[in-house]
Design a protein around this ligand. Structure first.
Ligand code: B16
Ligand code: MG
Length: 218
């Protein structure tokens, strides 16, 4: 029986991918690198450092660890300019209502995000209180598709992996859930339909009992 819900952040709760794109694009323009929306798709669910390494690979470039760190810091400064203006209006449709309903029904709720900015983002969205547990890029050493972010979430909720289900918009995140023996519900991104156990377009008007019955295959 499912007792815990593990939520990815970017692409599930809020569309911050567009701000990641603008920040990476601005950095790439400064460096004379190519970077477009198709490239940005490869960075969804991927850690900041890995993201920059993918950009370097796409541009046939190599940099020292120090330089990588320097440019990742710069990218984050550019990204935070957008995040500082984030408001509750940007919560994806139906998310707050779905989470409030899940809390009423005593599901454990955890965040499982690669982002190191997740606390700030949840605060800006006034959603921090919805979570029993927050696991993010500051708390894990292995990035998705490693399951660490979700196995830690389940552990801190006091639940077994098979008692949890993951909501994810990225292939890396769905593979991470499966690597941790958890079912994965694909959200918002049709590109993940072939990978997830069940797909929802959005949380709008989503009935949690019906969804859980489908996921548990009853
Ligand atoms: P930050 P998620 C991920 O968040 C994003 O999808 C990914 O594009 C980003 O590079 C990563 O967080 C790290 O974010 O630079 O804020 O630490 O989808 O796992 O919630
Ligand atoms: Mg995501």
């Amino acid at each position: 029986m499912i007792k815990g819900l593990l939520f990815d952040l970017d692409g599930v709760i809020v569309d911050t991918a567009k701000y990641h794109f603008l920040a990476w694009k601005s950095l790439c323009d400064q460096l004379g690198f190519k970077f477009d929306l198709a490239d940005n798709e490869l960075l969804k669910g991927v850690s900041r450092i890995r993201s920059f390494n993918i950009i370097l690979e796409l541009n046939n470039q190599k940099m020292s660890e120090e330089e990588v760190e320097k440019y990742c810091t710069l990218k984050n400064e550019l990204y935070l300019k957008y995040i500082n203006n984030l408001t509750e209006d940007e919560i994806l449709p139906g998310v707050r209502e779905f989470m409030a309903d899940a809390r009423k029904r005593n599901y454990g709720i955890a965040l499982g995000s690669a982002s190191k900015n997740s606390r700030l983002i949840l605060d800006k969205l006034h959603l921090t209180d919805m979570f029993d547990v927050i696991i993010d890029g500051n708390k894990v050493s292995n990035a998705k598709p490693d399951p660490e972010v979700f196995t830690k979430g389940a552990e801190e909720l006091g639940l077994k992996a098979e008692e949890c289900v993951v909501f994810e918009d990225s292939v890396a995140g769905i593979v991470a859930a499966h690597n941790g023996n958890m079912k994965a519900i694909g959200v918002t991104n049709p590109e993940v339909t072939d990978y997830c156990d069940y797909y929802i377009k959005s949380f709008l008007n989503l009935n949690i009992d019906v969804l859980m019955r489908k996921v548990e295959g009853e």
